[in-house]
Design a protein around this ligand. Structure first.
Ligand SMILES: C[S@@+](CC[C@H](N)C(=O)[O-])C[C@H]1O[C@@H](n2cnc3c(N)ncnc32)[C@H](O)[C@@H]1O
Length: 307
């Protein structure tokens, strides 16, 4: 029988996943879209639909327009683009993989991107700040107008800067796609310790192989209830190698999770979690909050359960 530790060593998997460090902190997003696009990285598409629904529901529940999103592990501002612009993930991918854009200098691309995103910006879009350890990525996103504020910080290692703390105080919604595992309960503990009087909600997609219990427990200390959307999972991307697939299947099966129709078909799958202050969660359960399924999302048997 193959040992997981041998697989990791032999194939340089980090925590059982392929390593994308070379594209996470480049001067522009072209390598990111090329590499993750070739693996059908699709989770920001699901994020666009869900985060829009959650923002709309929060606005209704609080009787005010939520204005500030903090996207954790924001990279080049993919979720920001999808919240602030009339663009789809496929359009973003085509944009960066288009031959007109693949051969130009970084400065030229940044100028073109600034105009591109301005042209596609939606009226009444939320403001979006981004937090990521990758300084070049967040700088690019800020430079082209996707991030209203960029924070190149690692909350796993240190508390937020004063600037970030002040920003968190006015944040309505914290979002995450593709980041759980890189960031743990420590990051969220530090974010929610800095929250202002009106608490932000946390909407996150997490790979099924990561337990969300530590994050839910950390937030419970701050009076939050975390619900998991049950009855559906969301594909994140296809496996990059047989080894990655094997590692994941073994891990999930040993945790007693059924992989049929999900990871068995060659894809990482995620669960969707929403954390809200207990009183707000009690007022409208997650299943009710999301209402009618949005285009592009298969929401079967929509119901929720506390984590
Ligand atoms: C798979 S990418 C997801 C990017 C984006 N959210 C998306 O879905 O397209 C993971 C991101 O996590 C970031 N990251 C890794 N460790 C981090 C940390 N400790 N704090 C913040 N970001 C981190 C990486 O730099 C990378 O941008």
């Amino acid at each position: 029988m193959i040992k997981i530790s041998d697989l990791l060593l032999e194939h340089q998997l980090d925590d059982g996943k392929a390593v994308f460090d070379d594209v996470y902190n480049a001067d522009d997003p072209r390598g990111y879209f090329e590499e993750l696009g070739s693996l059908d990285y699709v989770i920001p598409h699901h994020g666009q639909q869900m985060f829009r629904s959650v923002l709309a529901a929060q606005a209704e529940q609080r009787s005010e327009e939520p204005s500030q999103v903090l996207d954790v592990c924001c990279s080049y501002g993919v979720n920001a683009a999808l919240l602030k612009c009339d663009l789809t993930l496929s359009e973003l991918e085509n944009h960066y993989r288009d031959s007109d854009n693949t051969n130009v200098a970084v400065d030229e691309l940044a100028d073109a991107d600034r105009a591109f995103y301005a042209r596609h910006s939606l009226p009444d879009a939320p403001t979006v700040a981004g937090l990521d350890i990758a300084a070049n990525a967040v700088d690019y996103a800020e430079q082209v107008g996707l991030l209203d504020q960029a924070f190149a910080e690692n909350l796993e290692a240190a508390p937020p800067s004063l600037e970030l703390t002040e920003h968190i105080e006015n944040t309505d919604l914290v979002t995450v796609t593709g980041g759980i595992g890189y960031v743990t309960a420590t990051t969220f503990e530090r974010i929610f310790e800095s929250a202002g009087e009106v608490k932000p909600w946390l909407a996150a997609f997490a790979l099924r192989r990561y337990s969300y219990n530590d994050i839910a427990d950390a937030l419970a200390q701050h009076g939050f209830v975390t619900e998991r959307l049950i009855g559906t999972t969301f594909p994140q991307r296809s496996f990059a190698s047989d080894e990655e697939r094997e590692f994941t299947l073994e891990h999930l099966e040993s945790a007693g999770l059924d992989t049929a129709g999900r990871e068995d078909d060659g894809w990482f799958h995620t669960e969707f979690y929403l954390s809200r202050p207990a009183a707000e969660a009690a007022e409208t359960p997650l299943s009710e909050l999301l209402g009618e399924p949005q285009t592009g999302i298969q929401l079967q048997e929509l119901s929720s359960s506390p984590v």
